[in-house]
Design a binder for this molecule. Structure first.
Ligand SMILES: [Zn+2]
Length: 148
């Protein structure tokens, strides 16, 4: 939803690589044989489609009372969160000035804070790359002592 506010600025021309600063993110799913480079909007589009397919897959997110969760449930959730984190990282690195111009910076920060609270509370591995991970989190800890 937040990404939609800057989607007109995040195009194949402006963001030909999905990146946050020096970190470049590749896309991989069952359709790819190896991780592939793509633009930021292509990455986000792939991500939304992939997450929707995960949420609709009853073998991953069972809806029947007597069903069990798969052994890889936490791993799948961590991948979802890692990829969503990359979108936040991209927005903070590449589009924060546009977010501020739109007056959506407080909303972005609140959404990201809630996202990180969930990640920290449930120890979901949102990102393994410290450089990309440290920027928004370090930025927010300056403003939110409870995250420090
Ligand atoms: Zn972008």
């Amino acid at each position: 939803m937040l990404y939609g506010t800057i989607s007109e600025y995040c195009t194949n021309a402006s963001c030909p690589q999905m990146a946050a600063g020096d970190c470049r993110y590749l896309w991989a799913d069952k359709k790819t044989t190896k991780p592939v480079e793509c633009s930021a909007p292509e990455y986000v589009d792939n991500l939304m489609g992939w997450v929707e397919s995960q949420l609709n897959d009853e073998t991953v997110f069972p809806i029947k009372f007597d069903s069990s969760y798969p052994k890889k449930f936490k791993e799948i959730c961590s991948t979802i969160y890692k990829r969503f984190f990359r979108v936040y990282a991209h927005i903070y690195h590449a589009h924060f000035k546009q977010i501020q111009t739109l007056g959506a910076d407080a909303h972005l920060n609140t959404c990201f804070k809630h996202f990180m609270y969930f990640v920290l509370e449930f120890k979901v591995r949102a990102n393994t790359h410290r450089t990309a991970a440290s920027f928004p989190l370090a930025w927010l800890t300056l403003r939110c002592p409870c995250l420090a």
